[in-house]
Ligand binder design. Structure first.
Ligand SMILES: NC(=O)c1ccc[n+]([C@@H]2O[C@H](COP(=O)([O-])OP(=O)(O)OC[C@H]3O[C@@H](n4cnc5c(N)ncnc54)[C@H](OP(=O)(O)O)[C@@H]3O)[C@@H](O)[C@H]2O)c1
Length: 328
């Protein structure tokens, strides 16, 4: 009931490796720096961006709580991120220091070219009443060209891999500009985001109206609305999906709900050793989901989450079992 992600590793070898080594040992400097021993660890799982076929590792990083005050530890986290083979970093003009922390860190580490950098801008107008979102877009008074220029400057880059309209705010006004920036090579992909199920109908209307490369939408084992609303349209229109709040949001809602519950023994069948891995493997095993961006400010959480993007994913019948276990 588990699906092997890559060729060249037997299921048994992958699971043995996962069992023998903790996330830190598998992904940290110890393994990559080992001399004389070829490290055995579960292979990264990749999925294609529907619009182009470009491959991305399925677990990225959300950064809505990145702050200057924690610069050193966040830079160290971003260093471990690329060492682990991960790529997708999601930020926003509205996330306070986040873009600046990421830009400075990538410049210091020399890793800009190794990551897929996604940020967001908004129309700058009042937020739609539906938009609850984990992060209020109040720190983005700039819009249009001014917002893009500031993001490029803060992120210390000449181009963005993905630019998204934050919470669908101003999408009709911004879309012509996004298309122009894409043509000019300032952005490689364009998309829209929400984190509120009440916004899914507006997101779907937008998916049908525009040629989007990506949508970013709330999806977790405790919040499955997008699977019935947004995902069928994404599959039909070949739009990539980035899942935000995959652990239930920054309040840690799903993780809190799982705290006093045992991980089912069959989670080992698809290589989930922790609840976070269970939840993330559930999210990225949906056929419509390209990748997930769990938010994390701690290296140990990052490494735990990265393990979810290695080895095996649950298949359709296992996913049903996971939902049943979660719901009862
Ligand atoms: N409208 C939008 O566009 C929108 C809205 C919301 C979110 N987003 C994006 O999606 C990203 C993810 O959403 P989110 O951060 O709100 O929610 P989330 O990823 O579901 O959960 C993040 C929370 O889980 C904790 N955590 C992470 N990994 C963990 C682990 N292995 N074990 C225990 N705790 C763990 C984090 O704590 P630590 O910080 O201590 O690691 C943080 O408190 C955001 O960062 C942002 O990039 C976009």
């Amino acid at each position: 009931m588990a699906v092997r992600a890559n060729r060249g590793y037997s299921r048994r070898a992958v699971l043995q490796a996962a069992a023998l080594a903790g996330a830190g040992a598998l992904l940290g400097r110890t393994v990559h720096g080992a001399v004389g021993h070829a490290p055995i660890y579960p292979p990264l799982i990749w999925k294609p961006i529907p619009a182009t076929g470009e491959m991305l590792p399925v677990i990225g990083l959300g950064t809505n709580r990145f702050s200057e005050a924690e610069y050193d530890s966040l830079k160290a986290e971003l260093g471990r991120f690329t060492e682990a083979g991960a790529k997708v970093i999601d930020t926003a003009a509205a996330y306070g220091d986040s873009e600046a922390v990421i830009g400075q860190s990538l410049a210091d580490l020399g890793t800009r070219d190794q990551v897929f950098l996604a940020t967001k801008l908004s129309g700058g107008g009042p937020r739609h009443p539906n938009t609850g979102g984990a992060t209020a877009a109040t720190d983005a008074p700039l819009t249009g060209q001014d917002s893009l220029d500031r993001s490029l400057q803060r992120l210390r880059t000449s181009h963005l891999d993905l630019l998204q309209v934050h919470n669908l705010n101003g999408v009709d006004e911004l879309m012509p500009q996004l298309l122009r920036w894409k043509k000019a090579g300032k952005i490689r992909y364009l998309g829209v985001t929400t984190s509120n199920p009440a916004d899914h109908p507006r997101m779907i209307a937008c998916m049908n109206r525009y040629r989007l490369d990506f949508v970013q939408v709330d999806f977790s084992i405790g919040n499955r609305d997008a699977a019935a609303s947004v995902f069928p349209v994404a599959l039909k229109r070949r739009i990539g999906v980035i899942a935000n709040m995959p652990l239930g949001g920054r309040s840690g809602a799903n993780l809190a709900a799982s705290q006093n519950r045992a991980l089912p023994p069959w989670a080992a069948d698809f290589g989930a050793a922790t609840w976070a891995q269970f939840m993330l493997k559930y999210v990225v095993s949906h056929a419509a989901v390209t990748c997930a961006v769990p938010g994390s400010t701690k290296v140990e959480h990052l490494l735990d989450n990265q393990m979810a993007g290695r080895g095996f994913l649950p298949d359709a019948s296992m996913r049903k079992l996971m939902e049943h276990y979660w719901d009862t």
